[in-house]
Write a protein that binds this ligand. Structure first.
Ligand SMILES: [Fe+2]
Ligand SMILES: [Fe+2]
Length: 474
């Protein structure tokens, strides 16, 4: 499964054997580059960035690192190797051969699933496009751009599927993916979280820690799909996603480290004093966590969903690690616990598992987020600081599902509108908090130098030193 870089569009799908498809994608390619130049990282057309590029889809050693001008990055089409005799592994078609072509009856549903996933990829690039101007270091700037080019490639991945399997409709969707804009009033991106701003690096790290992790779980569920090309493309995307999660988790961890060091050396936990020292106090970090966690939780949709049930029954979208689960993979009789609000009490009841697949995927994501929080909490623990980060209750600050019409405190108490109005400033970033974080953002672009509010990483990228020239300006 080596990648052919001699082609205009690098690929491992033998694109040159299908001239019609190749021409269609070569036609889309300049439109994509126009989009990148207009909406990709701001003022970077001449910068050379130490980027990894896929050279094979082998899980070991697929990456090649070098300084690259971003518009020259070789975006291409890479699928994980086909699994011999792969079957549909769940739902009513379980045991049948996996589909190499789209089953007619699922055509519009699959197209919608692919377009919705595809839309998030350019959206995040648009959300992050100004961050290079305020990077805390060259190391971080390089990581931002690595994430950006790979989100661009994920768009390629979805557009390939649309072109290869959905004919004219697919090509039209491919164009529309370049036309929507994050946050645009007239033509926004499809999902709400992808129309929010990513105005500062704290938001960026929270986004890559939490929202890219939603990406991981959505891709993992689609990697189980009975539609084999979708499965194969998602499996390769997941290998790229792991780095995005690392960028977010380690970024926040370094911020916590810096703040905790200031707290320990000045023997204070007073947010005002810490802010005066130019570090971000831990309660403010907790508020950003609450915000990104709750907004991203909505991406999983309503707890009870007939759409999710039919995606599963039809073999289109599985559960996280479907093939490792030891049940009937049909969910004819299984149940799953979901929360329900009765009066002002939140209770748990069991519902048919088939209808609760959104909730199940959300729970898998929550567990994974919690793992990262536990690792963050080791930082204050080591420095003898009692503060611990916690995830708010699932019902906190939700817009979709059973909690959508209610106010719930981070502790999980259903509260009145008045109490919410009184208290929400303690739980979510206020305009002043955001202004403070914004005030710290200034560009640090000298090798080995880091902004005051974030600790250096413990090691560099690809065994390079921390003070390596990760981005060269010409
Ligand atoms: Fe992505
Ligand atoms: Fe990502």
């Amino acid at each position: 499964m080596s990648i052919d870089y001699s082609q205009k569009i690098p690929n491992n799908v033998d694109l040159s054997s299908n001239k019609t498809l190749q021409r269609a994608l070569e036609h889309w390619q300049p439109a994509y580059l126009d989009w990148w130049n207009e909406m990709g990282p701001d003022k970077t057309s001449t910068a050379e960035v130490y980027l990894r590029t896929a050279i094979s889809v082998d899980p070991k050693g697929w990456a090649h690192f070098d300084h690259v001008r971003m518009p020259d990055y070789r975006w291409g089409i890479f699928l994980a190797p086909a699994e011999v005799d792969r079957k549909v592994n769940f739902g009513e078609h379980k045991g049948q051969p996996a589909w190499q072509e789209v089953p007619g009856e699922y055509r519009s549903t699959l197209r919608r699933i692919i377009v919705t996933q595809g839309d998030t990829e350019p959206a995040s690039v648009e959300q992050q496009r100004h961050l290079g101007m305020t990077c805390p270091s060259l190391y971080d700037m390089r990581n931002l751009f690595q994430v950006n080019v790979e989100e661009g490639r994920h768009l390629w991945a979805m557009v390939y599927l649309l072109h290869a399997h959905f004919g004219r409709d697919g090509r039209e969707e491919g164009e529309a993916l370049l036309e929507r804009r994050s946050g645009d009033a007239d033509n926004p991106r499809i999902l709400t979280a992808f129309n929010e701003k990513t105005p500062d690096w704290l938001s960026f790290f929270m986004f890559t820690f939490i929202t890219d992790r939603d990406g991981k779980f959505q891709l993992a569920a689609l990697a189980e799909s009975g539609f084999d090309p979708l499965s194969r493309t998602c499996r390769f995307m997941l290998t790229e996603e792991a780095h995005h999660l690392f960028v977010g988790e380690s970024g926040i961890s370094r911020i916590i480290q810096r703040t905790c060091e200031a707290m320990a050396s000045h023997k204070t936990d007073d947010p005002a004093k810490l802010r005066a020292m130019g570090v971000i106090d831990l309660p403010t970090l907790q508020k950003y966590l609450n915000f990104h966690y709750s907004v991203t939780s909505d991406l999983y949709g309503a707890e009870i969903s007939s759409n999710a049930a039919s995606f599963y029954t039809n073999g289109l979208k599985g559960r996280y690690e479907e093939t490792k689960l030891g049940d009937d993979h049909r969910l004819d009789t299984a149940e799953y616990p979901v929360m329900e609000v009765v009066g002002d009490r939140i209770i748990t009841r069991h519902v048919p598992a088939l209808t609760a697949l959104n909730e199940r995927l959300r729970d898998d994501w929550v567990k994974d987020v919690q793992g990262g929080i536990d690792r963050w909490n080791k930082v204050p623990e080591k420095l003898g600081i009692p503060f611990r980060f916690t995830l708010p209750h699932k019902g906190f600050h939700r817009k979709i599902g059973i909690f959508g019409e209610l106010h719930v405190s981070p502790e999980g108490k259903v509260i009145s509108e008045a109490e919410w109005t009184h208290k929400h400033r303690d739980w979510l970033p206020t305009a002043e908090d955001r202004a403070f974080v914004q005030s710290l953002m200034g560009r640090v672009a000298e090798p080995g130098k880091f902004a005051n509010w974030i600790a250096p990483p413990s090691r560099g990228i690809n065994n390079q030193p921390v003070d390596f020239e990760y981005v060269r300006f010409n």
